[in-house]
Design a protein. Structure first.
Length: 382
């Protein structure tokens, strides 16, 4: 099993939130506690999506570096655990299965018992949910840092929730938690455990793609309001293959939207390898590691690719500050972002009344021109 380390960079732009008096007093108590107790037990809680978890991973090493004798746990949903298991700075992955095993009251109490047994001193609830706040409160974790929404009053160090304003990158919002603890956050390291190297190599060898130049394309996303038209993706792939036949295209994606995928493939003039819906996160990471470029809608796999050092071309829709590229673009400076404001007064997301014009206004030729510059330079440098 390998661990991929990438993107060590310097930041420090995260503003420290202003706290109310009670939270400030509790923070002072916590800082004193942390100065006296080296073997602190810390829980990170992030029970939302793939990209959100990836953009929380750097906190693990920063915490472990600051508290070498600490015990760090990470509470996540089942489908994101593969992003964490095998991280050398993490001691425990706690899987909270909200929709199945822990959905009922009995199931939630079962998880609560697990949480209590861990005897955490501090919880950092990076994504506010009613259940996360309730569970950390009932587990009697002494210090609980979280946002002021979704029953956030159960925390005792409460941050104002302003993510909907989209003024910072999501990673920077996460780093605010550590800034509160007076920790240095200049060094950002992403660790993605690579646990399916052999399977990835087998797939590439089977399809005669081992050591070939590969471009990964993800035409899917969690919401229709994020999906670039499949016909556009097909046109883009056709242009790439016509101009740069030495590059091979692999379709990937974690949500198997069959009808959209069939529309894309129907318009293709070239052969591609279709792995949409056929990989878990571990296998996806091991495959992406071997790519040259990742082209995608705004989706979680973008952040897996960028964390592995793969250059990304990302197409964004939706005119919402909280969903803007400023907050959700891939971390790093080499990526290409395409996003257009088509003048909508209000974004209705998947209920769009304007036929998703923000996405359709980004034409395949425009995207290809960006990619042509990248591939052309690569070929010239060789």
């Amino acid at each position: 099993m390998g661990v991929h380390e990438n993107f060590r960079t310097s930041r420090g732009m995260e503003k420290i939130p202003v706290l109310d008096r009670k939270s400030q007093l509790n923070l002072e108590r916590l800082l004193k506690f942390l100065n006296e107790k080296r073997d602190v037990r810390i829980l990170l809680a992030r029970t939302d999506r793939i990209g959100d978890v990836v953009l929380s991973i750097p906190l693990i090493k920063i915490l472990k570096k600051r508290f070498p004798s600490s015990y760090i746990g990470f509470m996540v949903r089942p489908y994101t655990k593969d992003l964490l298991e095998g991280n050398p700075y993490l001691d425990k992955v706690l899987v909270y299965d909200k929709y199945n095993r822990h959905h009922s009251l009995k199931g939630s109490l079962e998880f609560l018992k697990t949480l209590k047994r861990e005897r955490f001193d501090l919880s950092l609830i990076l994504h506010p949910t009613n259940r996360a706040h309730i569970l950390c409160f009932l587990a009697r974790i002494p210090f609980r840092i979280g946002y002021d929404i979704k029953m956030g009053f159960l925390n005792n160090i409460i941050l104002p929730h302003t993510k909907q304003e989209g003024k910072m990158h999501e990673l920077e919002y996460n780093l605010q938690f550590l800034k509160l603890l007076e920790m240095q956050t200049d060094e950002i390291d992403f660790f993605i455990p690579l646990k399916k190297e052999e399977e990835a190599l087998h797939i590439l060898e089977k399809n005669r793609l081992l050591n070939k130049k590969i471009i990964f394309v993800n035409p899917t996303a969690s919401c229709i309001s994020k999906i670039w038209p499949p016909e556009y993706f097909a046109s883009l792939i056709n242009s790439i293959k016509s101009a740069f036949p030495q590059y091979h295209i692999i379709l990937v994606g974690l949500s198997d939207k069959k009808e959209l995928l069939e529309r894309l493939k129907h318009n293709l003039k070239f052969e591609v390898l279709d792995l949409v819906g056929k990989t878990d996160l571990s296998l996806l990471a091991s495959l992406l590691k071997r790519g040259f470029l990742f082209i995608s809608c705004d989706s979680g796999p973008v952040h897996i690719a960028s964390s592995l050092g793969i250059r990304c071309v990302v197409i964004f829709g939706r005119k919402q500050k909280g969903l803007s590229p400023q907050r959700w673009k891939p971390w790093g400076k080499r990526h290409i972002i395409l996003h257009k404001d088509v003048g909508c007064k209000e974004c209705l997301a998947h209920n769009c009344k304007n036929d998703f014009l923000c996405l359709k206004s980004i034409k395949p030729q425009e995207v290809f021109d960006k990619i042509k510059d990248i591939l052309g330079k690569e070929e010239k440098d060789e």
